[in-house]
Ligand binder design. Structure first.
Ligand code: PEP
Ligand code: MG
Length: 599
């Protein structure tokens, strides 16, 4: 049902950009499975129907694959063809085919019902069963099952109904194959889905290919019909259904502005992030998946400053093995083509673990997580270290340990690395000789011990997301204390200074990879502190670069001195904002990055 008036929905801002267009709902979940008992003489013809539907499904997927390969948008197409190949393998898998045949023959179920039951069984068997590709993607099993059922029912395959240019795709959720095809055909203006998170596959691919997306909207599919006007603001997570003519014009204008600003920012892509007084800052990207690399590079990223490898576990029922990890790391290293890639070992623990492996804890943020978890599970840790060392020949690898609290922990982690290196050497496995090994500084204890840690680390990377949480004692997920989450709290600033000074004295580079690094308002302060690398989401890079290029490091140093003489976070913030207004009038206002000084 379409509502008569305009409605505004708010979801998760998954991929920035503005789009206005006609809705194109994909009804992926709508297939209804008829249930029927077969008469004995119907069994053989039913088996033939199943065979035909499987063959047809395979043919369709072969066509999809060809389209993706031919599509002009090359970014990410290797991942997508791999996913489609996986779907085709599923169509031939014994677990699916033999089980469906058995249900038809023995239980005399109609083919649609048999396929439904077989896919359900596969999903519930995830934990025990060893077929790798089935284990990987629950959603894919559903998707393949639905395709077979639709073919049995004689329904048009979804992708045959190609959305018109500029359509806004609206769906309950999207399978990786949907996303692949829709994006590679370059027909789509935006995505809006009921479910999903910032880290779901659709969101990542949308960001990588720079298509606006809002996910987790909740009920968009029940509110729009094909052809309804929809406006999407992917940067703010806002979706307007049936906007008035005036609102449409406003969104059109906002879209033009957005595109102009993007273009202006991207003009600096190949220019160095060097201050007027010749201090160079490396601008790097934080990634969770290899698909994010093209967007990082297109925004002028010069390195990967943080690869959060724990995302390899996302949605999985068990841990990725050495081979799979090796391939993932090698792909990122190769994609960066010799530029530095800092790969962080698993920051697992608490609820960042496959369901069966969770250990209940009262305070997971203070519990067995990150390096503590890895040292407690040496097999898991060493598997990752082996994969990393093997991948080192594919590029410019730096290994980083998270949540280091002191020197003993760093030594223990490095001992594992050295032992794994010896093992691999004995086996004649090629590896890079020199791999810088550094640490995250995200615990106050590490900040206070920065001088000692610097003596045994090749680099530091400051994780302000956690450092602030632990320094001020506020759960970073808790809305009630979010008002205390102040990157410019004097306690934080003092720690940043301690860390930057210790790194400089020891002659090691210091990076920052928490969210603080990507906020252009902080850029002058961070340059002033002497941070050598800022690592952030790809799309944040151009604006930070603009500030760095217009800044003088000497002014940054003077600003830091002044800030350290102030007391409250509000006073410090106000001073930073005032300085930014003075030094860069007009530079940040259009982006909405400098509002009035906070109270
Ligand atoms: C941090 O703590 O600042 C950080 C970058 O790590 P994560 O956000 O993954 O905890
Ligand atoms: Mg952290």
């Amino acid at each position: 049902m379409t509502p008569v008036g305009t409605s505004i929905l708010v979801g998760i801002a998954a991929s920035p950009g503005i789009a206005i267009g006609r809705a194109w709902p994909l009804e992926r979940r709508a297939v209804r499975t008829p249930k029927r008992k077969l008469a004995p003489e119907e069994v053989e013809p039913e088996l033939a129907r199943l065979r035909n539907a499987l063959e047809l499904s395979d043919l369709q997927l072969a066509e999809v694959r060809e389209k993706v390969e031919r599509a002009p948008a090359a970014a990410g197409s290797a991942e997508h063809t791999a996913i489609i190949d996986m779907h085709r393998m599923m169509l031939k898998d014994e677990m699916l085919v033999l089980e469906a045949q058995r249900l038809i023959r023995e239980d005399r179920l109609n083919a649609e019902w048999a396929v439904k039951r077989a896919t359900r069984k596969i999903k519930s068997a995830f934990h025990e069963q060893a077929d790798d590709y089935f284990k990987e993607r629950r959603a894919d099993v559903d998707y393949v099952g639905e395709r077979i059922i639709k073919n049995l029912l004689g329904q048009t395959p979804d992708e045959d109904e190609v959305p018109p240019d500029g359509a806004i795709i609206v769906a309950h959720d999207l399978s990786p194959a949907d996303t692949a095809l829709l994006l590679h055909e370059r027909k789509v203006a935006a995505f809006v889905t009921d479910t999903g998170a910032k880290t779901s596959h659709t969101a990542i691919v949308a960001r990588a290919l720079e298509v606006p997306a809002v996910v987790g909207v909740g009920r968009i599919t029940s509110l729009v019909d094909r052809g309804d006007w929809v406006a999407v603001d992917g940067g703010r997570g806002v979706v307007v259904i049936n906007p008035t003519a005036g609102e449409r014009a406003d969104y059109e204008a906002a879209r033009e502005r957005y595109l102009e600003e993007e273009e202006a920012l991207l003009r600096t892509r190949d220019l160095p992030a060097r201050t007027e007084d010749d201090v160079t800052v490396r601008l790097a990207g934080n990634i969770e998946f290899v698909e994010e690399v093209p967007s990082l590079l297109s925004h002028g990223g010069e390195a990967v400053g943080l690869y959060r490898t724990e995302f390899l576990f996302l949605g999985r029922s068990e841990l990725p093995g050495e081979e799979e990890q090796y391939r993932a790391y090698a792909r990122v290293l190769e994609a960066l083509d010799g530029r530095p890639v800092t790969i962080r070992t698993f920051d697992l623990g608490g609820d960042k673990l496959p369901a069966g492996m969770r250990i209940p804890a009262e305070n997971p943020a203070l519990g067995l997580r990150a390096i503590r978890y890895c040292l407690r599970q040496p097999e898991l840790f060493r598997t990752q270290l082996r994969a990393l060392l093997r991948a080192s020949v594919h590029g410019n690898l730096r290994v980083m340990f998270p949540m280091i609290s002191g020197v003993a922990e760093l030594r223990a982690a490095k001992r594992h690395l050295a032992e794994v290196r010896e093992e691999l050497k004995r086996d004649g496995v090629p590896m890079k000789d020199e791999i810088p090994v550094g640490i995250m500084i995200e615990l106050p204890s590490a900040a206070l011990l920065a001088d000692r840690l610097a003596a045994e680390s090749a680099f530091f990377s400051i994780g302000t997301n956690d450092l602030i949480q632990y320094a001020i004692g506020i759960d970073r997920q808790n809305k009630d204390v979010a008002y205390l989450y102040k990157p410019l709290h004097l306690s934080v600033l003092r720690m940043l200074k301690l860390v930057a000074d210790a790194a400089r004295t020891a002659g090691i580079p210091v990076s920052m990879c928490g969210e603080m690094a990507g906020d252009p308002v902080n850029a002058l302060v961070l340059v002033g502190l002497g941070v050598n690398e800022l690592s952030m989401n790809g799309p944040s890079i151009p604006l930070v670069k603009r500030v760095v290029r217009a800044a003088r490091a000497a002014d940054g140093r003077a600003l830091v001195e002044r800030l350290l003489s102030l007391t409250t976070a509000d006073d410090i913030e106000r001073e930073v904002r005032a300085e930014m207004h003075r030094r860069f009038p007009g530079l940040l206002e259009s982006e909405g990055n400098i509002g009035p000084a906070g109270g």
